[in-house]
Design a protein around this ligand. Structure first.
Ligand code: GAR
Length: 186
């Protein structure tokens, strides 16, 4: 059995897509969702799927004993899906090559602190980029800088505005993230 811990603090559409993809898989389990938002959409999703929720504050998250509370769940992979806090170095070191993230742009462009959600897509449109897309990457101690596992591109000009771009980038995330996770498990 492979255990995947999800870190998520947004609406949770990626979490939903991942859970849907693996729903009939007996070899993969999602025992825990870690979130830093008490009103995150993922909390409802976790309850629907009988998944434990760990609500963390900065103090807990940045303290090395946090590893012990994750170890209980024996994670084979930690998947960030809309989680915006920087992952502390002790966590990166505790789970080498086992933490991955998805970012709604073509890294190394439009990454780093403060570059998330609509900020990314507005910057892409304002800069008249020809292409945007998604990046799935290993997490290291720097924001959005780990080894890139997959990028998928879409042309920006096809879409009317940043909202449309956002919608299409998110759809791409839903298609690809689960497949990359699945590949990493084998
Ligand atoms: C996704 O677009 C993901 O790429 C982004 O947050 C969104 C979460 O949406 N993550 C980042 O920007 C990380 N820097 P969701 O909660 O609907 O899955």
């Amino acid at each position: 059995m492979k255990n995947i811990i999800l870190f998520a603090s947004g609406g949770g559409s990626n979490v939903s897509a991942i859970l849907h993809y693996f729903k009939d898989r007996k070899d993969v389990s999602f025992p825990l969702i870690v979130t830093n938002k008490s009103r995150a959409g993922v909390i409802d999703i976790a309850q629907e799927h009988n998944i434990d929720v760990m609500l963390v504050d900065k103090l807990v998250f940045t303290s090395p004993v946090f590893i012990d509370s994750l170890d209980v769940y024996k994670p084979d992979l930690i998947v960030l899906a809309g989680f915006l806090w920087k992952i502390p170095t002790f966590l990166v070191e505790a789970y080498p090559r086992k933490i991955i993230n998805i970012h709604p742009a073509l890294l190394p462009n439009y990454g780093g602190k403060g570059m998330y959600g609509h900020f990314v897509h507005e910057a892409v449109v304002n800069n008249k980029e020809k292409e945007t897309g998604i990046t799935i990457h290993m997490v290291n101690e720097n924001y959005d800088e780990g080894t890139i596992l997959l990028q998928k591109k879409i042309p920006v000009s096809e879409f009317e505005d940043a909202t449309e771009v956002a919608k299409n980038v998110l759809a791409l995330e839903h298609i690809w993230y689960s497949q990359v996770i699945d590949n990493l498990l084998t």
